[in-house]
Design a protein around this ligand. Structure first.
Ligand code: 0A1
Ligand code: ZN
Length: 859
């Protein structure tokens, strides 16, 4: 590894179709943690001239045969196996081995808690055996697993179990056959000591399916919610998209060491335990909701991702943007009410603005369909996923539900069983609806968040209302000039006491005028309702109009938007909340018709990362203290109401994670936070009582977080109580660590030393991504005031940990590396230290993953 080497850059325009097809593969594994032997027999067909270049990394090649004859006409290096002079049709047999025990990257075949797991997306299969490891090579897989029966009683792979039996020396085997051709990234195997929760499911068309969730024995009692989520997912996809489960058996397996959330391997989804295991004592309401949405996401991939897959990795958003859109709709539908739908929309938009907008404005900005990459693992981004989903959502808005579904129907009719591009998807949407997508395609090719500016003019004499709307998009890496986007803006003109209809403005020009006639009085503009387009809106709407929207808009999303806008303006300009604003909040608190979850979102102030985006350069300490101060004023001025709200939202019935109860708990715990914020000495005992007496993790964790973050005298005892109760439960301990890592500095000043101490705790494990994220990523990415300490010690901690992690798990290290990628956004003193840490990092040998992030940041 030498950082002066020119890195290989992969370009979308360089796509080449493969010169060989693999019609069938037979894989046989002899599973041994120290050395696993993989024998692979490929039935191959020539499609074009040239040698066969198979990818393979960290493998030891044992032998090659062509048509059962030993073959020597090949070359092998650390990345590729090149086989020369092959015939038109042939069987290629490759024997190789790998070492699961020392695989800490968690890509390919690895061991976690003595069981075997695989992760192949995007390029992990090449760590298992030599293969055409690219998504446009679809192959039918038959897999035989051989392993010790006592150590690995359960043997799973994709598809259907067709044979199992005993072998010599206490070994046994299982043969799995997947009837659907698939790319190698969807391959999976699992072997180990696991137990199962099973259900039967009968589809709409009457076929019987077996649903299984495999976990370690100690976790079996915590799988019910995941199973219910799976059943809801299957039902929803049948009902809303008309898509049925195509396999006889659908399995989910949970693993404690996993780089991401979960993986949609055909018929054998592998999940991070975080998104499977839940009960009321160990998981929060948010965990329950996340499990439902991730189970849905992976299940929905079966059609959008697996049946129709990506031609190449530049097309990642083809499956991810569409599948996130589907899981968002699933969760929204399951909320069961219009206001629940709005709550879900607000949560999704908050994530987009807090994480994707900064990405789109930084050195890693890329279109949802990138044009180039150094390391594909770095492109599993909020842009590809969440902005990708927004782009699909805009199509849905422009075409309507019926038109959108026509497009989906055509997509499966044309492309089932194929590996295709984003253009193919857009063409289906266009062709099914006679929609001209020429301009819309810029959403796929251009990076950056468009800025839409609005000027309004009301002519009292002519009774016309004129909107002057313009759009720009800032330059992003390799894209200095942008073509105008096709932007759908849901709009309504509100006039007190009058009814009016919502309409859609399709902004296509750089400058566009919309003239509305017969408008009797100056209306109040409600635009980009439901956040119909992922843009930054520049519109100076006076506070009294925003307060009117907050109070009266029939689009609940825009009610929330109005109050957020007021709060942002005030915090950024250090303005105390006005009396009318306080009255607005009070009215919201007392309104019995409003959903508690919605109220809680209205009170929650904009995230610091989102506030940063609105400044030219940032002093993170100033922003932090401005927000803290503003929140405190809201606490103090409404103290009686917070007390009442806390009491009014106590729940007497037994715990259920349903959306209504979860909303009540969220509001109650927000009220508790405001109480502690305004008078710790008076209210900390209430929090401690809640913690001791509650029957669920949501209330426990909320109280504990407050006691720790506000430095209550009960904090140490409360932390200890949690630890004693949950010792040995990794997911719960992750929360225990994260609370401490996210503690903002208060009287205690710097907290970097505390975080360094956390790393010395006997339960800290640098090889477990969840634990690492709960301490290191949480501190560096979720604790702005603690991390951006003026001393620069936070940045030093970052440096040490990126380097240490990179030697273990480059993917996890590269995520952390991104904590400094917006260094140019900060005020000079911060900038200088960040810059020197970035430069220092680059003097070390680094993985491709981390190198790409650092080099782009410094560019
Ligand atoms: N396709 C998965 C995400 C995923 C990507 C890469 C992984 O490897 C470390 C794992 C999972 C999804 O969208 O859920
Ligand atoms: Zn996905």
């Amino acid at each position: 590894m030498n950082n002066l080497d020119n890195p290989t850059i992969f370009l979308r325009e360089d796509y080449l179709a493969p010169n060989f097809a693999i019609d069938q593969v037979y894989l046989e594994f002899s599973l041994n943690p120290n050395k696993t032997i993989v024998k692979s027999t490929l039935h191959m067909r020539r499609l074009g001239p040239g040698s066969l270049v198979l990818k393979g990394e960290e493998l030891e090649l044992i032998s090659i045969a062509v048509n059962q004859e030993d073959y020597r006409d090949f070359e092998v290096n650390s990345k590729e196996l090149t086989v020369h002079h092959l015939p038109e049709v042939f069987d290629l047999e490759i024997n190789c081995s790998n070492q699961p025990n020392i695989n800490s990257s968690l890509m390919g075949l690895y061991v976690s808690n003595d069981n075997f797991f695989t992760q192949c997306e995007a390029e992990g299969f090449r760590k298992i055996t030599y293969f055409l490891d690219q998504p446009d090579v679809l192959t039918k897989f038959t897999v035989k697993l051989n392993a010790s029966k006592v150590d690995y009683p359960v043997l799973l792979s994709n598809g259907n179990l067709i044979e199992e039996g005993e072998l010599n020396n206490g070994w046994h085997f299982a043969v799995w056959e997947d009837p659907f051709p698939k790319p190698s990234y969807l391959f999976a195997l699992v072997a180990g000591k696991l137990e199962v929760l099973e259900r039967q499911y009968i589809t709409n068309s009457g076929s019987k399916k077996l649903l299984q969730i495999w976990v370690e024995k100690k976790d079996l009692s915590r799988t019910k919610h995941a199973m219910e989520s799976l059943i809801h997912s299957i039902e929803w996809d049948e009902k809303r998209f008309g898509l049925e489960l195509d396999l006889e058996r659908f399995m989910i397996v949970a693993v404690g060491d996993f780089n991401m959330g979960a993986m949609e391997n055909k018929g054998l989804n592998i999940f991070n335990t975080k998104y499977v295991l839940a009960d009321q004592h160990t998981a929060t309401d948010i965990d329950f909701a996340n499990i439902e949405s991730v189970v849905g996401h992976e299940y929905f991939h079966n059609w959008t991702g697996n049946r129709v897959t990506c031609r190449d990795w530049f097309q990642l958003s083809l499956k991810e943007g569409l599948t996130v859109f589907r899981d968002q709709e699933f969760s929204a539908d399951l909320m069961g009410s219009d206001s629940g739908r709005t709550v879900k929309r607000i949560e999704d938009v908050r994530l987009l603005r807090q994480v994707q907008f900064p990405e789109d404005a930084g050195p890693m900005a890329h279109p949802i369909r990138p044009d180039s990459y150094q390391e594909i693992n770095n492109f599993y981004t909020v842009t590809v996923y969440e902005k990708g989903a927004e782009v699909v959502r805009m199509l849905h808005t422009l075409l309507g539900e019926t038109g959108f579904m026509k497009g989906m129907k055509l997509y499966f009719a044309r492309h089932d069983g194929q590996a295709v591009t984003c253009d193919d998807f857009l063409a289906c949407m266009a062709d099914a609806n006679q929609f001209d997508a020429k301009q819309f395609q810029y959403w796929y090719s251009q990076a950056g968040t468009p800025q839409v500016s609005i000027k309004e003019q009301y002519n009292e004499v002519a009774k016309t209302y004129t909107l002057q709307i313009s759009q720009t998009c800032p330059p992003t890496p390799n894209q200095s000039v942008k073509a105008p986007f096709h932007i759908p803006l849901k709009t309504k003109l509100l006039v007190p006491g009058q009814a009016s209809d919502e309409f859609l403005i399709e902004l296509k020009e750089t400058e566009q005028q919309v003239v509305l006639k017969n408008i009797q009085t100056k209306p109040i503009l409600s635009i980009n309702r439901d956040f119909s387009a992922p843009v930054i809106l520049n519109f100076d709407q006076p506070e009294n109009e925003l307060l009117f929207l907050f109070d009266q808009d029939d689009n609940a999303f825009n009610r929330w938007e109005a109050i957020q806008k007021i709060a942002s303006n005030n915090i950024l300009n250090n303005i105390a909340p006005s009396d009318p604003l306080i009255e607005g909040y009070r009215k919201l608190m007392l309104d019995p018709t409003l959903d508690p979850a919605f109220k809680e979102l209205c009170f929650t102030l904009p995230a610091e990362t989102y506030l940063h985006e609105q400044l030219e350069t940032v002093d993170p300490q100033i922003v932090h203290h401005a927000k803290v101060h503003y929140q405190n004023v809201l606490g103090v001025r409404l103290i009686n109401e917070w007390e009442n709200l806390y009491e009014a939202n106590l729940i007497a019935s037994p715990y259920s994670p349903n959306a209504v109860d979860a909303g009540k708990r969220a509001l109650k715990n927000f009220a508790l936070k405001m109480l502690l914020d305004s008078n710790l000495a008076k209210f900390e005992a209430i929090a401690f009582e809640q913690l001791k007496n509650c029957d669920n993790m949501t209330d426990f964790l909320a109280a504990l977080t407050l006691l720790v973050h506000y430095e209550s005298s009960f904090a140490a005892e409360a932390l200890n109580l949690f630890y004693q109760r949950h010792q040995g439960n990794d997911l719960a301990l992750d929360k225990w660590f994260a609370i401490q890592a996210s503690k903002p500095p208060k009287q205690s000043g710097k907290i970097v030393q505390d975080i360094r101490k956390l790393k010395l705790h006997s339960d800290f494990k640098m090889r477990n991504p969840n634990r690492v994220r709960s301490v290191i990523h949480t501190f560096c990415m979720n604790n702005p005031a603690g991390f951006h300490d003026a001393s620069g010690e936070g940045y030093e901690f970052w440096y040490d940990n990126v380097l240490e992690l990179d030697g273990i798990n480059p993917q996890v290290a590269a995520r952390l590396a991104r904590a400094l990628d917006r260094w140019k956004k900060f005020d000079a003193p911060y900038q200088a230290i960040m810059h020197s840490q970035l430069e220092k990092l680059l003097t070390n040998p680094l993985s491709n993953d981390v190198k790409e992030v650092i080099q782009k940041a410094l560019n």
